[in-house]
Design a protein around this ligand. Structure first.
Ligand code: AMP
Length: 420
C-alpha cells in the first residue's frame, strides 16, 4: 500500500525531541503564572475578517501566507497565522475586560502560514504567546521583555540578543509616512513589484520587505525613530531606562519593523545567529488601538510570541535532551512473580511513582537491560523464592547496591528513596 505522508511543512513532534518541548511548555507556565498571566485557549480556525482587520490587508501574512478558504456554507475562514488577534477577539467577545484580574493572558499552540519551508520555518509551527491588556505604562513594556528573557534563561537558552525599537503612534507616523513616500518615489527603479504597489497603499510595509534589492534601497530610507513625537520619545526612553534598571541588555535597532500593521510604539525581537536565515526566536510589541479596532473598549495592549520550533532547535544544538522516564522498573521471574509484579507497578503508579515493567515475560537479563535503557534509577526484582518469603529485592542502579525489603512495604519504601 502507498504510504500517506504528512502535509509539507507540517511536522510530527516525536519522542526523540519531546523532552525539549515539555521543558519549554513547563517553563512558560511556571514563569508566566509568576508574573500574573492566566492561560487562554482559542480555536485554531477563525473568521478570515479577524485577521484581515487586525494584521492588515497589505501584510505578507495576509496577502501571501494565510490558509484561508470558504467552508461548506461559503463562509470565509482562516487557520490562525498568529495568536494576538484571536485572544483580543475572545477578550472582547467574552467581556473579559469586566474582570480587572483577567487582563494578562498566555497561550500555546499551533499557527499556520503558507511560507516556503526550510530549517526553522514551517507551515504549521507553534508559538508561546503572551498578551497584556489595559496598561499603557512603559514599566509594563520593560517588564514583559524582562519576563521574555527570564523565560528563555529558565528554558536554558544561551546567547540570544534583545533588539528594540519604537514605531511611534498614529500621529508621528503620519508625517513619517509622508517622508517615506517621498523617498520611495525617488527609488522606484530599485523596488520589487510588491513594494511598488505597497508604497502607495501602505508605505510602512515596504520597510520589512525581504527581497534583497528592496533591502538595499531601504538602507538609506528615513528612520522613524528619529521623528518620534514627544510622548512617544518619552515612552521609549523610559522603556530603555527600566530595562537598564532590570539588568536586561538590549540594542536599539531603528530599522526593525514587524510584519503586522497593529504594532505601535515599543516593538522588540529576540534574535540569534545560530539558526541560519531564521534569526528571530520571538518578537512582539505594543498595539494600543487594536482592541478598539476589533470592536472592544479602547484599552492598550502589548504582547509577544516565541516560536517553539526555533527554541527547540536551539536547545537541541546545545545538546542533552531532558528525559523523564520511570524511576522504577519491576523485573520478575516466573509467572506468579510476574502477576505480583504487575500489581506492584500499578500500586507504585497510584502512589505517584513512575514505574515500568516487561509485559512479555522475557529473561531476567533482558529485563535488566531494558531497565537500564529506560534509565530507571531503581529496580525491584521479584523471583519465585522472594515471593515465597514475602520479600522483594531492590537494586539501586546508580549506586550499584542491592537490598531486601518486605514485599508489602515496597511502595512505602519506594517513597523514601531519593528522586534524583
Ligand atoms: P511573528 O508573529 O512573525 O513575529 O513570529 C513570532 C515568532 O514565531 C518568530 O520569531 C518565530 O520564532 C516564530 N515563527 C514565525 N513564523 C514561523 C514559521 N513559519 N515557522 C516557524 N516559526 C515561525
Amino acid at each position: 500500500m502507498e504510504r500517506i505522508q504528512a502535509v509539507r511543512g507540517m511536522n510530527d513532534i516525536l519522542p526523540g525531541e519531546i523532552g525539549w518541548w515539555q521543558q519549554v511548555e513547563e517553563a512558560a507556565r511556571r514563569i508566566f503564572q509568576d508574573f500574573g498571566y492566566v492561560e487562554i485557549r482559542t480555536p485554531v480556525l477563525e473568521k478570515l475578517e479577524l485577521f484581515t482587520r487586525s494584521i492588515g490587508e497589505n501584510t505578507d501574512i495576509v496577502e501571501k501566507e494565510m490558509y484561508a478558504f470558504p467552508d461548506r456554507k461559503g463562509e470565509w475562514l482562516a487557520l490562525r497565522p498568529e495568536a494576538t488577534a484571536s485572544i483580543v477577539r475572545s477578550f472582547i467577545q467574552n467581556d473579559l475586560y469586566a474582570d480587572p484580574l483577567a487582563r494578562k493572558f498566555y497561550s500555546m499552540g499551533p499557527m499556520f502560514r503558507h511560507e516556503r519551508p526550510q530549517k526553522g520555518r514551517y507551515r504549521q509551527f507553534h508559538q508561546v504567546d503572551v498578551e497584556a491588556f489595559g496598561i499603557d505604562d512603559p514599566m509594563l513594556d520593560a517588564e514583559i521583555m524582562f519576563m521574555l528573557r527570564l523565560f528563555l534563561q529558565k528554558v536554558g537558552l544561551a546567547g540570544v540578543g534583545l533588539h528594540i525599537n519604537s514605531l511611534g503612534c498614529r500621529d508621528c507616523r503620519k508625517s513619517y509616512r509622508e517622508s517615506l513616500r517621498v523617498f520611495l518615489a525617488s527609488q522606484a527603479e530599485g523596488l520589487c513589484p510588491d513594494c511598488l504597489r505597497r508604497r502607495e497603499v501602505n508605505p510602512l510595509r515596504v520597510l520589512d520587505c525581504k527581497v534583497e534589492r528592496c533591502k538595499t534601497v531601504l538602507e538609506t530610507a528615513p528612520v522613524l525613530l528619529e521623528t518620534l513625537c514627544d510622548p512617544c520619545r518619552d515612552h521609549f526612553s523610559r522603556v530603555q531606562d527600566y530595562l537598564s534598571r532590570l539588568d536586561t541588555p538590549f540594542a536599539v535597532d531603528p530599522r526593525m519593523v514587524r510584519g503586522l500593521d497593529y504594532y505601535m510604539r515599543t516593538t522588540f525581537e529576540v534574535v540569534t545567529d545560530r539558526l541560519g536565515a531564521q534569526s528571530a526566536v520571538g518578537g512582539g510589541g505594543r498595539y494600543n488601538g487594536l482592541i478598539r479596532d476589533l470592536g472592544g473598549p479602547d484599552l492598550p495592549g502589548i504582547g509577544f510570541a516565541v516560536g517553539m520550533e526555533r527554541l527547540v532547535l536551539l536547545l537541541q544544538q546545545q545538546g542533552g535532551m531532558p528525559r523523564r522516564n520511570a524511576r522504577f522498573f519491576v523485573a520478575t521471574l516466573g509467572s506468579a512473580a510476574r502477576e505480583e509484579g504487575f500489581l506492584l507497578v500499578q500500586r507504585l503508579r497510584s502512589a505517584g511513582i513512575g514505574a515500568e515493567l516487561d509485559y512479555e515475560g522475557r529473561s531476567l537479563k533482558s529485563q535488566m537491560r531494558r531497565a537500564d535503557k529506560l534509565g530507571a534509577r531503581f529496580v525491584f526484582i521479584l523471583g519465585e523464592d522472594e515471593l515465597g518469603r514475602g520479600e522483594i529485592q531492590l537494586r539501586d542502579m546508580r549506586e550499584k547496591n542491592q537490598r531486601i525489603v518486605p514485599l508489602g512495604e515496597a511502595v512505602r519504601h519506594a517513597r523514601t528513596l531519593p528522586t534524583g
